[in-house]
Design a protein around this ligand. Structure first.
Ligand code: FAD
Ligand code: DLZ
Ligand code: SF4
Length: 520
């Protein structure tokens, strides 16, 4: 360490990248890296136990790697007796310890944390530099400029801009293969026997085991199973997971992207979101590897384009959308939904087989794949009119990849249409037919998707119509939904009453979640 006062570089739990702007420009001999396990972050919602283990273990491994590489790291553990409890409190203590000439921090992923960081210049008698997070492809001001004055800010147009910007799957200014989007090839139902290769599962090492004990001790009442913790906690393990995906699962990723199979939790998905969001993997690098697989003839265009679209399209888009619409996005409830979250989201205690399987996977793995989140868990919450803030809390708590910047747009805008249609052209509302077509859930369910009302009817069927009728005034003029109401109007009055009565019976039977699952 040089004789000059050092620069203090706080690194947050989702900033575990050696290329982090506040770190990559620094020299080892005049920098103190500060990493903090803090109570405020661990408890502002009652995160799934695996999510806390993942973040703390990845942080501890990252700190050890930095130290091995010669950096000075001041690491504050959660169980330290003098833990100040918050990022701001720990930075204050670290300023006292190290007397830095400045604090350099990369902007936070979440609005709540960024608000706190922006108060540091007034709080601390020390220069504070907040650097933009350049680990994303689209900077926040760039998204704002793009969205400004546009009639439509749909993801598809944004995605094309990102394709041009990165050059991914582009040829002389045109999309490779002649089309921007191959989504219509990516809707195949599952085959009778789906044999997806197993991704690498990592056994907890000593560091992870220590964190597991800490979490069991301090957060034993949180949702989730810890015995099945197998997430990658280092960039090396994350790369191994990526290697296996590109080699074994990318070729079928597109085809079965929307398929769901009972008890098959990964299928052909990459399972990389936890590592990308922590900063262990570089999203652009992953996209280049996918593109190479296509160019080398190892994966078809529909899979590769689909994977790249999820990352430079959806992932970047929801981040821009989040920052454009915060803080209001947290409060939106355009469909005026007011029912509390049903208890079965926490207990899994439902005889709807699709929901119970998705909740089981969520409980055991802190993960469910996209179509399960969207068309089963999200669809039910939409149709039943669950209050957005309850649904948002649930999704933020239960997934190991959940940070508000990515969870909130997906929940409030994508599944609940609570933003009134800024993100989605129409609500993703579907009856039991969709789930039956795209999964094997219905075969052994207590209900039948072909029974529409009354005894044995799949609850999604009457709820679908109840949702449409409740929201008719809001949706009737939407060209992508309007026709649904002609079908409704053609039904006999008796039939319509059967649908609405059946839906009311389902809704009346929903037991509200007990207090204390998501927040104390
Ligand atoms: P893959 O299916 O292999 O997709 C590849 C990558 O694309 C993902 O790793 C992810 O980085 C990105 N991606 C795909 N879809 C989206 C999307 N809609 N938004 C942002 N990135 C996307 N993803 C999160 O990372 N954190 C969340 O908190 C989160 N909450 C969600 C809530 C709801 C209601 C829905 C519908 C989706 C949510 N997603 C979230 C998006 C998506 O479900 C997960 O990224 C995906 O299931 C992670 O598994 P995977 O890595 O195997 O993804
Ligand atoms: C989610 C989380 C949790 C549970 N705990 C911590 C922590 O103790 N220390 C930390 O640096 N980060 C944690 N995180 C992740 C932060 O909430 C994350 O860094 C924010 O998303 C930043 O915006
Ligand atoms: Fe789900 Fe309905 Fe199928 Fe049962 S019948 S698994 S509730 S979609």
């Amino acid at each position: 360490m040089s004789a000059d006062k050092p620069i203090l570089v706080p690194i947050l739990g989702d900033q575990l990248s050696r290329t982090l702007p506040s770190l990559s420009g620094r020299t080892k001999d005049d920098t103190v890296v500060l990493m903090m396990e803090v109570w405020d972050e661990a408890t502002y919602v009652k995160h799934h136990k695996q999510k806390i283990v993942l973040i703390f273990s990845a942080m501890r491994h990252f700190a050890a790697e930095l130290e091995d590489a010669g950096w000075t790291v001041d690491y504050v553990k959660l169980d330290a007796a003098d833990n100040a409890g918050s990022f701001t409190g720990e930075v204050a203590r670290a300023i006292e310890r190290h007397d830095p000439r400045a604090v350099h921090v990369t902007e936070a992923g979440e609005w709540r944390v960024q608000q706190a960081i922006e108060e540091w210049p007034d709080k601390f008698d020390c220069e504070i530099e907040i650097l933009p997070d350049d680990r994303y492809i689209c900077a926040i001001p760039e998204f704002r400029d793009w969205a400004e004055d546009r009639k439509t800010t749909r993801m598809e147009y944004f995605y094309r801009e990102m394709r041009k910007k990165t050059g991914l799957l582009m040829e002389n200014g045109d999309p490779m293969g002649g089309k921007w989007n191959y989504d219509h090839e990516n809707r195949e139902p599952p085959k009778n026997s789906m044999d997806a290769p197993q991704r690498p599962l990592f056994e907890p090492d000593a560091v992870t085991r220590e964190v597991i004990a800490l979490v069991e001790n301090s957060f034993g009442d949180h949702f989730g199973n810890l015995g099945s913790f197998h997430w990658p906690v280092t960039s090396e393990e994350a790369e191994e997971t990526a290697d296996a995906f590109f080699l074994e699962r990318l070729p079928s990723f597109g085809q079965y992207q929307d398929a769901m199979v009972f008890g098959e939790d990964d299928l052909f998905h990459s399972m990389l979101s936890t590592s990308i969001n922590l900063g262990l993997l570089d999203p652009l690098d992953l996209c280049r590897r996918a593109e190479k697989a296509y160019l080398d003839g190892d994966a078809p265009i529909n899979s590769v384009e689909g994977f790249i679209r999820q990352i430079i399209g959806w992932r970047e888009y929801v981040r821009g959308f989040y920052w454009l619409h915060m803080p209001g996005l947290q409060e939106t409830n355009e469909l005026d939904a007011h029912r509390p979250l049903p208890d079965f989201y926490w207990t899994g205690d439902t005889d709807m087989r699709c929901l119970s399987d998705c909740i089981r996977s969520t409980h055991d793995n802190a993960h469910a794949h996209h179509i399960q989140r969207l068309m089963v868990l999200g669809n039910f919450a939409l149709l039943a009119g669950i209050v957005p803030q309850d649904v948002e809390d649930w999704f933020l708590v239960v997934y190991a990849d959940a940070y508000e910047w990515v969870e909130l747009p997906n929940v409030a805008a994508m599944i609940l249409y609570a933003d009134g249609g800024k993100l989605a052209t129409k609500p993703y509302a579907a009856s039991g037919n969709y789930i039956n077509k795209m999964s094997d859930y219905c075969k052994e369910c207590a209900y039948s998707p072909s029974v529409k009302t009354g005894e044995g009817a799949c609850p999604f069927n009457p709820l679908y119509w109840h949702f449409m009728v409740r929201n008719r005034d809001r949706l009737e003029n939407n060209p992508r939904v309007g026709r649904v109401f002609s079908t409704w109007d053609r039904m006999s009055e008796e039939r319509r009453a059967e649908y609405l009565d059946s839906a009311e019976a389902v809704l009346d039977g929903l037991e509200p979640a007990k207090a204390g699952w998501a927040r104390d």
